[in-house]
Design a protein around this ligand. Structure first.
Ligand SMILES: [Zn+2]
Ligand SMILES: [Zn+2]
Length: 133
């Protein structure tokens, strides 16, 4: 049984006490993530395994993560838009030029087929991304 300092009256009390016997302060507890030891709420380090809470809190979180996330979203959106644009363009060309040459027609159908395949794989990719998340 270890002694901790009461945050209210600074008297030494048992770390197992739920209430300070000196001033009646109700002890808030946190638990060491490493060994599960009950600690005072303001403890900076675990009294049992020396786990340092301050290091954990102060550890710099990599800020580039959110930037990468934004770039990934931008990449996803542009990959979604590109085949839709080519799909729309080829349909427009097909509709506007009814008396078009066969070669133009086949180009448009090739574009439609390719964009349809791209959109199909995008949907699969999005489903996979959702499952992995
Ligand atoms: Zn106290
Ligand atoms: Zn610990």
């Amino acid at each position: 049984m270890a002694l901790i300092k009461c945050p209210e009256c600074s008297n030494k009390i048992s770390d197992k006490a739920k209430k300070c016997p000196h001033c009646g302060y109700i002890m808030e507890r946190k638990y060491c993530p490493k060994c599960g030891e009950a600690l005072a709420i303001d403890a900076r380090a675990c009294s049992k395994c020396a786990y340092n809470f301050m290091e954990d809190v102060m550890a710099p979180r990599p800020s580039y993560k959110s930037e990468n996330y934004g770039l990934a979203i931008a990449a996803l959106i542009s990959s979604l838009i590109a085949p839709v644009i080519s799909l729309v363009l080829s349909i427009v060309v097909l509709v506007i030029n009814k008396e078009q040459e066969k070669s133009i027609k086949s180009l448009c159908f090739a574009a439609i087929t390719l964009s349809a395949i791209e959109i199909f794989f995008q949907i699969i990719g999005i489903i996979f991304a959702l499952i992995l998340n």
